[in-house]
Design a protein around this ligand. Sequence first.
Ligand SMILES: Cc1ncc(COP(=O)(O)O)c(C=O)c1O
Length: 439
Amino acid sequence: MNQPLPNSLQAYWMPFTANRQFKAAPRMVVGAKDMHYRTDDGRQLLDGTAGLWCCNAGHARPRIVEAIQKQAAELDYAPAFQMGHPKAFTLAARLARIMPGELNHAFFTNSGSESVETALKIALAYHRIRGEGGRVRLIGREKGYHGTNFGGMSVGGITANRKMFGALVAGVDHLRHTHGDPRNRFVRGLPEHGAEFADDLERLCQLHDPSTIAAVIVEPVQGSAGVIVPPRGYLERLRAICDRHGILLIFDEVITGFGRMGTPFAIDWFGIEPDMVTLAKGITNGVIPMGVVMVKSAIHDAFMQGPPQTIEFFHGYTYSANPMACAAALGTLDTYEEESLLTRGAELADYWADAAHALKGLPHVIDIRTIGLIAAIELEPLPSKPSSRAFEAYLKCFEAGLLVRTTADIVALSPPLIIERRQIDQLFEILTKVLKTIV
Ligand SMILES: Cc1ncc(COP(=O)(O)O)c(C=O)c1O
């Protein structure tokens, strides 16, 4: 059934959107179920992006819907400070169980951005508590995306997200990104060239002195910048350099977490254990805002000292571990578990990669990258109008019944983990047809 459009679109200032262009020709969705969105004109849209990399179990899943409905009637809100409710503890324990290694403590937030701010603050405070208050520097990476708050924006490396906002947080430096080596084009999984970029961290240690560096934060696979897969051995080198110099390593798994790589988390895929992991999105299947920082026991325990009546960490949010979000997360974890979704991507990864790499040779396609249930199709930019080719593809896909996501001239794909093979075929058939029409 068609739904009436609002009378005016003017009041809503839309995020990361060309507002005037959108409002001149709006694209509205009014419903969603499993692998599809429904548009206001009644069309089905195959979800090639799990919403914004978050609806990993697909849409309107019964367990999650039921959990939220029940929770709203039972306990809608509970103060987050000096007070608890059982589902917060249950959820933390359950996350600790599915995280590998020593990542046993959960600090709840409401988004990926807040998870990043929280992790950076934990890193600084941790060193200070241990008498290493001189460790004040934070290291990020070019092309990194860690949300839009001040800390995340500062360690992030996407120019457009940074340039308008002043001097950002002081004491931040960046590793170079690993994108663009022509030898790494059209690769499935990890590219072979570029592990030595990790040695940038050693150089920054020489420049600043390691005793001034608190933490390094990277996405195991860079998502928002257009799916940049780390070179083989790169993350291992980063871990080794951090260990050598007492620097904390934070993996931002806001998009790689919860099954996207074909393993529960990217750290399972790579077999590397960072000191903290930032999560959001898939934790509630995108249904209710929630994020979390998973913290190693040794870091958590360092805070649990001094008189027991003192607050150990002066940080938190009104909606940390909000009951509705906790219920949604528990319903989501049930769904992931019952349908083995956190590892389903591994079964589909070859089929997915075959389908994606079959687009090689289409007009303007200069690279294809795949890992887990992620793909990037990179197009040659029009010199006079960068990003216009990918955006044209986005609009045409939308018209043809497929939701994709684009950054610059890269089409990124990350469907719900419930996708069937025939839907993978359909997705790439639509995209192929569209790419053949791009000028
Ligand atoms: C790696 C990473 N970190 C942080 C964020 C920010 O998350 P949010 O939009 O929930 O604040 C994102 C969002 O895409 C992300 O991809």
